[in-house]
Design a protein around this ligand. Sequence first.
Ligand code: NAD
Length: 68
Amino acid sequence: MRGLNGKVAVVAGGAGGIGTATSYRLADEGANVVVGDLDADAARAVANEIVAKGGAAIGVQFDIADEE
Ligand SMILES: NC(=O)c1ccc[n+]([C@@H]2O[C@H](COP(=O)([O-])OP(=O)(O)OC[C@H]3O[C@@H](n4cnc5c(N)ncnc54)[C@H](O)[C@@H]3O)[C@@H](O)[C@H]2O)c1
């Protein structure tokens, strides 16, 4: 199933655990995934793995607790 084709999904905490698994799942469903995390390098590594497997993703640094 690729029910999220054309959608953008933003995942907070995407560089670890549940967030990484969620990022992969969303990419499998066709979403363009923004893998966000406090750890920029780890977020980019997850995004790069998704892209290497044929998905669409970018890794970015953000703190989801920061309102700005
Ligand atoms: N793993 C489990 O089985 C499980 C079960 C129940 C509840 N939980 C809870 O779910 C949450 C996530 O668990 P996990 O195993 O995926 O943890 P994890 O530590 O593997 O991953 C959390 C990720 O979130 C990032 N992060 C933390 N604060 C952030 C912020 N403010 N902005 C952006 N990124 C941030 C961390 O850098 C890390 O990469 C935790 O609160 C955990 O207690 C986990």
